[in-house]
Design a protein around this ligand. Structure first.
Ligand code: 5GP
Ligand code: ZN
Length: 117
């Protein structure tokens, strides 16, 4: 069934507590934890507890949870006192996605360039 935990998914294991993470926020539908390889002073991943391969699939299947991800991204930024921050949804291997469980990167605490690399 759509959204069910996947045995081979790293982020499902973080949601299930089988793999530890530095969790900074949790709601009924989402978990936010610090990225293991931070690219900025604040680098937090906000993920749905349900498994979907990417953010767009999540939005189609559970639009309310997709909105929760954005609300939690702002809460992460507020918690870290960020005036400016970037929310990134890498989608597809060619765009840098390496974990195929939807996640928002929340990045901040340093200057940002545009366009991204
Ligand atoms: P993607 O490349 O799919 O957009 O983002 C996946 C992110 O997950 C990467 O930034 C990577 O550093 C992070 N990551 C990979 N494995 C782990 C882990 O075991 N724990 C945590 N906290 N982050 C991880
Ligand atoms: Zn998963």
């Amino acid at each position: 069934m759509a959204g069910e935990p996947q045995d081979d998914c790293l982020f499902c294991k973080i949601v299930g507590g089988q793999i530890p993470a530095t969790i900074v926020r949790e709601t009924e539908t989402t978990v936010a934890f610090r990225d293991i390889n931070p690219q900025a002073p604040t680098h937090v991943l906000v993920i749905p507890k349900a498994h979907y391969a990417n953010a767009a699939d999540l939005a189609v299947e559970e639009p309310g949870t997709a909105a929760d991800i954005l609300r939690e991204a702002r809460a992460v930024a507020d918690d870290d006192h960020l005036e400016s921050y970037r929310i990134v949804f890498n989608t597809g291997a060619g765009a840098g996605q390496t974990v195929f469980h939807a996640h928002a990167h929340v990045l901040g605490g340093r200057g940002m360039q545009w366009p991204p690399g």
